[in-house]
Design a binder for this molecule. Structure first.
Ligand SMILES: [Zn+2]
Length: 61
C-alpha cells in the first residue's frame, strides 16, 4: 500500500489517478451500467500505466 503522489497541475479533464496521463473512455461493462443507475460514472482506461476503472461524471448522459 502506497499513497501515490498526485501530479501537480492536472490540465486534462480525465486524468489518470495514478500517473496523471489523459485517459481514454472505454465502453461500459454490464456491472458498470448497473452502477451508473445509482451513480453517474464513466469507464476509463489509462494507456500510461494501464489503470482502468470508473470515474464520477458530472455530466449527464
Ligand atoms: Zn495512468
Amino acid at each position: 500500500m502506497s499513497t501515490a503522489k498526485v501530479p501537480a497541475k492536472i490540465k486534462v479533464a480525465n486524468a489518470c489517478p495514478r500517473c496523471g496521463n489523459e485517459m481514454e473512455r472505454i465502453s461500459k461493462r454490464a456491472i458498470d451500467k448497473i452502477i451508473n443507475i445509482l451513480v453517474p460514472v464513466r469507464r476509463f482506461k489509462c494507456y500510461g500505466c494501464l489503470w482502468e476503472g470508473n470515474r464520477m461524471s458530472s455530466e449527464n448522459g
